[in-house]
Each structure stands twice: as structure tokens, then as C-alpha cells.
Design a protein around this ligand. Structure first.
Ligand SMILES: Nc1ncnc2c1ncn2[C@@H]1O[C@H](COP(=O)(O)OP(=O)(O)OP(=O)(O)O)[C@@H](O)[C@H]1O
Ligand SMILES: Nc1nc2c(ncn2[C@@H]2O[C@H](COP(=O)(O)O)[C@@H](O)[C@H]2O)c(=O)[nH]1
Length: 381
């Protein structure tokens, strides 16, 4: 195991405790007050220009404790372990140059950093279901949710369109104003958004991650533009496109549903053709399903989902006692792993309990979550 010194320092300023660390030409300082553990400030010192920057801070902030263990893990992220809380709640990353941060920096034309919660274990990949309006996506998803309520959770999108008669705010969609969704999009709260049939639709990061945090598999019903954006994001998902048996049948279903005006139906049909044209594009969808007979299509969808090569949740690395009580701090870092030492538990025979965080596992969640962390007792990988 190669050695690399842990590089961090803690300085007590007048009214705030600081953790400072260098990455490239910049020094990042996380500053938190002992009196207010709810908020932290981040300052960046640019050594080249000798200037201090106050970046826009995105993402949910860590639940702060009185002390932390901090180490840069790459040019993109800094690992922050909050001490005194169980490991599952203690792992956070300050994203300083991830693709998400780079994108947000461009949009906002200002310096940006983003907090991202480290989540141990992979869970099952979210399922993105796309297809033309009226093909039956909602019908298939409703069946899945009814048959497997504890296994699947629906990502409730935001939309600026008006609710249909039986639609409930917060259940079918979060119905919202254009000005509000545009503000939230600009603040980086959305995984994807698109202008669809004349309205704005979008998937908030929270919509996906709240389902995954519940331990359920997240289902997204989004258009092809949205699927493309998710494909380009850090979220690893299964992409399914649902096709109609014919264009005539699609039109028939859309009309029979009776939820759109003639003008809206015409617009949806025009867009349907464009979506169908993209369904075979290499690298976009993993699976195509034809929704001719509903029951047959549903059975095929179930087959696809159970065939998915899901991994076991690596939570199993921990025993129950560790989960509830152990608190860890960083001991050392190599190119492949970071060693963590338990501060509260001594193993049998008085041995110190060491864990290794596999650095190759730092990916997979939506922005705001670093999902799929692999952590094991030393030598157990
Ligand atoms: N296999 C099928 N055979 C016949 N009718 C179907 C079938 N699947 C769905 N339908 C019906 O087609 C209509 C459209 O289905 P649904 O609302 O689920 O489509 P959708 O793809 O979710 O549309 P949108 O994208 O506009 O939300 C509904 O009235 C539904 O009952
Ligand atoms: N890109 C996104 N597309 C979405 C989202 N939520 C729904 N949709 C798609 O919009 C159309 C129309 O839906 P409707 O409820 O008005 O009939 C359909 O294709 C949906 O898949 C979203 O969050 N992002």
C-alpha cells in the first residue's frame, strides 16, 4: 500500500473553526461556527491571483458536528467526515470541480462548489421510461407501482402545465409556475428539464434521491430530451423506450384519453414522430418495448427489470453495532483507497477497527449524492 500524507489543518479563527486544504492552485477553507452548526461557509484562495473568492454553495449542507476529518480525494472532490455520528451519516464530499460544478459555474458565471452526501451501497439503478405521449408509459408505471409498492417509487416531476381532472399536486406532478421552476433550475436543483409540448417539465434531484434514500428503485417518466440529459449526467440508470404498435393506434389512444384539446393532440403527435425517430439512436436507450397488448408489454417490462444485474447493497460490510455507534476519522490515503479508523470501537483483542473506502466507487448518484460507496474492513475487498 503506497503512502500519501493526509494533508489538512484545522485553525481556530476568532469565531469560527476552519479546515483548510490545497488542491492545485487553490486553497479551500471550510469555516463553521461552534454556535451555529447548521451552516458552513466556504472560501477559496486563488494562489495565482492572490484573491479570495466566496463561491455559490449548492447542495444540501452536511449536518455539522463539532469536528471533522478532511482530505482531498481528487482534483474534483474533497472528502469531509463529520465526527461523532454514525458512518452512514458522516460521509460528505465538497465537489470543487466535478462535471456538475463545471456546468453550474458556466451557467452562473461565478465560482461554484457543491455539497454531496456520500451514500454507502449501490441500491438498484433508477429506471427511465420514455416514449411518445399516449403510448401508455403512465399506465405501465401505475401497474408497477400498484403491484410492487415497496420496491418501486415514482420520481414526481415538476411541470408548468395545468393539472388534469384527477391529478393531485405532489403525487402525479408538482404543479408549478414557470418563474419558480426557472429559478430552481438556475440554482442547480434539477437533474434534467425540457420544454415539452409547450410546457416546462423537469426532474428535481430531490425527486430521484428521496425515492432512492427510501431504499426503493426510482422510476422516471420523462421525454426523450430528458432521457438524453440524464444519460449525460452522473446518474447511472436503465433507459427504456416504449413504442406504439402503430402511429394510428397512438393517435387513437391519445384521443380516447380525452385529456387534450385537438390543437394539443396535433402538437403531441408531431412530437411523437420526432421521439420515435430517436428511439434507435445508438447509446441512448438500453431497451425498446412495444406496447400493443398491455398485459404482454407489462410482463416484458417486468422481465427486463428482474433481469437487471443489480449488486447487493454493500451496507452488509457493517455490523449493526457499527452502524449505530461508530464514528470514524481519516488515517491515510493511497491512489486506490482511504483508510478510516474507528474512534469509538475497538475490535476484539483491543485491535483498532480500520475501514477502507474504495476510491473507484465514488460515482453513480445524481448531483448532490455520491452513491455506491464501497467500504469494507481492511483486507475484506
Ligand atoms: N396497450 C394498450 N392498449 C390500449 N390502450 C392503452 C394501452 N396502454 C395504455 N392505453 C391507454 O392509452 C391512453 C394513454 O396512456 P397513458 O396515459 O398511460 O400514456 P402516456 O404514455 O403516459 O402519455 P403521456 O406521455 O401523455 O403522459 C390511456 O387512456 C390508457 O388507458
Ligand atoms: N423531460 C421531462 N419530461 C417529462 C417529465 N415529466 C413528464 N415528462 C414527459 O412529458 C410528456 C407529457 O406528459 P403529460 O403528463 O403532460 O402527458 C411525457 O412524454 C412525459 O414523459 C420530466 O420531469 N422531464
Amino acid at each position: 500500500m503506497g503512502e500519501e500524507a493526509v494533508h489538512f489543518s484545522v485553525v481556530d479563527a476568532k469565531d469560527c473553526k476552519q479546515s483548510a486544504f490545497e488542491v492545485g492552485d487553490k486553497t479551500y477553507v471550510i469555516c463553521r461556527s461552534d454556535d451555529d452548526l447548521k451552516t458552513s461557509a466556504v472560501k477559496i484562495h486563488d494562489k495565482l491571483t492572490q484573491t479570495w473568492l466566496s463561491p455559490t454553495i449548492l447542495g444540501e449542507q452536511p449536518l455539522l458536528t463539532k469536528s471533522q476529518s478532511v482530505i482531498p480525494v481528487s482534483d474534483e472532490k474533497i472528502l469531509v467526515i463529520e465526527k461523532g455520528v454514525p458512518l452512514n451519516e458522516s460521509i460528505w464530499f465538497l465537489e470543487i470541480d466535478t462535471p456538475f460544478v463545471k456546468q453550474q459555474r458556466k451557467i452562473k458565471e461565478t465560482e461554484v462548489v457543491s455539497w454531496s452526501k456520500g451514500v454507502i451501497g449501490v441500491g438498484q439503478k433508477p429506471v427511465v421510461i420514455s416514449g411518445p405521449s399516449g403510448v401508455g408509459k403512465g399506465t405501465l408505471i401505475a401497474k408497477l407501482m400498484k403491484d410492487y409498492p415497496s420496491k418501486f417509487g415514482f420520481s414526481v416531476s415538476h411541470t408548468t402545465r395545468s393539472p388534469r381532472e384527477k391529478e393531485i399536486d405532489g403525487v402525479h406532478y408538482h404543479f408549478t409556475e414557470r418563474i419558480k421552476i426557472e429559478k430552481d433550475i438556475s440554482e442547480g436543483k434539477f437533474l434534467e428539464f425540457a420544454h415539452v409540448h409547450g410546457n416546462v417539465y423537469g426532474t428535481s434531484i430531490e425527486a430521484v434521491e428521496s425515492v432512492t434514500d427510501e431504499g426503493k428503485r426510482c422510476i422516471l417518466d420523462i421525454d426523450v430530451q430528458g432521457a438524453r440529459s440524464v444519460r449525460a449526467s452522473s446518474l447511472e440508470a436503465i433507459f427504456i423506450f416504449v413504442c406504439p404498435p402503430s402511429f394510428e393506434e397512438l393517435e387513437k389512444r391519445l384521443r380516447a384519453r380525452g385529456t387534450e384539446t385537438e390543437e394539443q393532440i396535433q402538437k403531441r403527435l408531431r412530437n411523437a414522430q420526432a421521439e420515435l425517430d430517436q428511439s434507435n439512436e445508438p447509446g441512448l436507450f438500453h431497451h425498446l418495448l412495444v406496447n400493443d397488448d398491455l398485459e404482454t408489454c407489462y410482463e416484458n417490462l417486468k422481465k427486463l427489470l428482474s433481469l437487471d444485474d443489480d449488486q447487493e447493497d454493500s451496507d452488509d460490510f457493517f455490523n449493526k453495532e457499527d452502524k449505530e455507534t461508530a464514528s470514524y476519522s481519516i488515517v491515510s490515503k493511497t491512489d486506490s483507497e482511504i483508510l478510516l479508523q474507528s474512534e469509538t470501537n475497538e475490535g476484539k483483542n483491543g485491535a483498532i477497527h480500520l475501514l477502507a473506502l474504495d476510491l473507484s466507487s465514488l460515482s453513480g448518484g445524481a448531483p448532490g449524492r455520491t452513491r455506491g460507496l464501497k467500504i469494507g474492513s481492511v483486507n475484506s475487498f
